[in-house]
Ligand binder design. Structure first.
Ligand code: TYD
Length: 132
């Protein structure tokens, strides 16, 4: 599906022990995983993102706290997602403009389909809208 959507990482365990969630490539996550990174200590008045990736799919997970993600596809479809539980994730397809804002102490894990390359980023919104 060439739109962002919420993924589920079902919790394993119970309230007495705590929980564990799994993100396995090509099942829980709809691509082969190339890279995982995480962001933390982001001030609450900061908006991160503000870019699209040409050839990279992502899954964002709020492993702690709450993350508000806005998305826009080139066809103009816009969505706002609130990630507020570590058992959910947000799939972002290629060429999906996105921004993220974070609650206090939020930690965002990003699962990526490709290795990091700055050449893969479109950081100019009007270029994103006209990119073919
Ligand atoms: P960026 O992907 O723009 O972060 P966000 O989407 O959270 O705003 O990356 C922020 C900076 O980190 C940017 O200068 C590129 C650099 N970076 C790396 O050096 N390696 C990486 O694997 C990633 C993802 C980013």
């Amino acid at each position: 599906m060439n739109q962002p959507y919420i993924l589920s990482f079902p919790p394993i365990g119970d309230a007495s022990l705590g929980f564990l969630s799994v993100a396995q490539q090509l099942s829980d996550v709809p691509f082969e995983i190339a890279r995982v990174y995480w962001t933390y200590y982001t001030p609450q008045d900061v908006t991160r993102g503000g870019h699209a990736n040409i050839d990279k799919e992502l899954v964002l997970v709020a492993v702690a706290g709450t993350i508000t993600v806005t998305t826009e596809m080139q066809d103009g479809h816009k969505h706002t997602f609130v990630l507020d539980h570590p058992s959910q994730g947000l799939y972002l397809p290629k060429l999906c403009w996105h921004t993220m804002q974070y609650s206090e102490n939020a930690v965002q894990m990003v699962i990526a389909s490709n290795l990091y390359s700055e050449d893969d980023y479109i950081r100019d919104y009007s270029l994103f809208k006209s990119w073919q």
